[in-house]
Design a protein around this ligand. Sequence first.
Ligand code: ING
Length: 313
Amino acid sequence: MARRIRVAAAQMGPIARGEERPAVVRRLLALLREAAGYGCDLVAFPELALTTFFPRWPLEDEAELDAFYETAMPGPETRPLFDEAKRLGIGFSLGYAELVVEGGRKRRFNSSILVDKAGRIVGKYRKVHLPGHAEVKERPGQHLEKRFFEVGDYGFPVWRAFGGVLGMCICNDRRWPETYRVMGLQGVEMVLLGYNSPVGLGDPYELDALEPFHNHLVMQAGAYQNATWVVGVAKAGCEEGFNQIGQTCIIAPSGEIVAQCATLGDEVIVRDCDLDLGAPYRADIFDFASHRRPEHYGLIVERTGALPPPEEP
Ligand code: ING
C-alpha cells in the first residue's frame, strides 16, 4: 500500500512592511482553505510568512524590530490558523521570526514549525545558514539576517509525521548540501522549506540573472542526492521595492520538478506524493551504507591557509 500524502505548496506574494498580522493571517487562511479544498493532508508556507522580509533594513528601534517577531506560537493572532487547520483536518509548516527570553536575555531566530492535523506542533526548526552580514554594506539590497537572528541551535532534525519522515530547513539552508545530507542520513522522505530570495543582492552579484536557475538547482540536487521529496515555497514578487523570485515547486526524489507556481502572488500548487518513491534510490545508487565511505574520503580538514606547494616531480 503506497504511503501517499497530498501536499500543497502555498506561495505568498509580497507582504508590505505595514501589513498587520490579522490581514496576513487572513491570506494564510485563504491558502489553507484552498489546499484543504483539494483534499490536501499538508500545506507548506514560506519563510517569515507572517511579515515582510524585514532584514532588508538596518532597523535600529528595538520596539519596531520586536514587532516583526512572534513571542508565542500559536499566539492570539496566529491561533485562528491552528484552529481552522484542525477543523479542516490539514497540517501545515510555517516560517516565522521567533523571539524568546532565555537566561534573562532576548534570543531571536528565523524559525519554522510543523503542525499535524490535530493542530499540534510536532516539529520545530531554527535556521542555521544565515546569509548576508551583520553590518550595512554599500549595495542596493541589505541582507542583515546575521544582525537580527542567532544561528539555529536544533541542528537538522527529522520527525515521524503524516505517515512518513519529514524535515524542514529555511531559505539559505537549501544552498548547502550538508542541510539535506544530515536529514538524508536520518532517512528523511520529504523536506519542507520556505524562502525569501531577492532576484539579486546587487553588486557584486552580477549573476543575478542566474538566481532562478540556482534556486531550482540546489533543491533538485538535494532531493536526488538524498532520495527525498523537496517542497520549496517562495515569498515572491516585488516586496517593498525589492524583487523576490517565485518558482515555488514540488520536487520528487528523482530530482524532477513535478509542480511549479506560475505567478508571483498567493498561489497554491498540489501534488500527491508517494513517500516510497525514494526507496529505489536508497536501495541502490544512494545506499549510503554500501557506497558512502567517509573513511575513504581522506582527512577532511578545514583549509585555514594556502595549500602546500605541489611536490616537485
Ligand atoms: N535569502 C537568500 C537565499 O539564500 C541570498 C539570500 C540571495 C543568497 C541571493 C545568495 C544569493 O535564497 C535568504 N533569506 O536566505
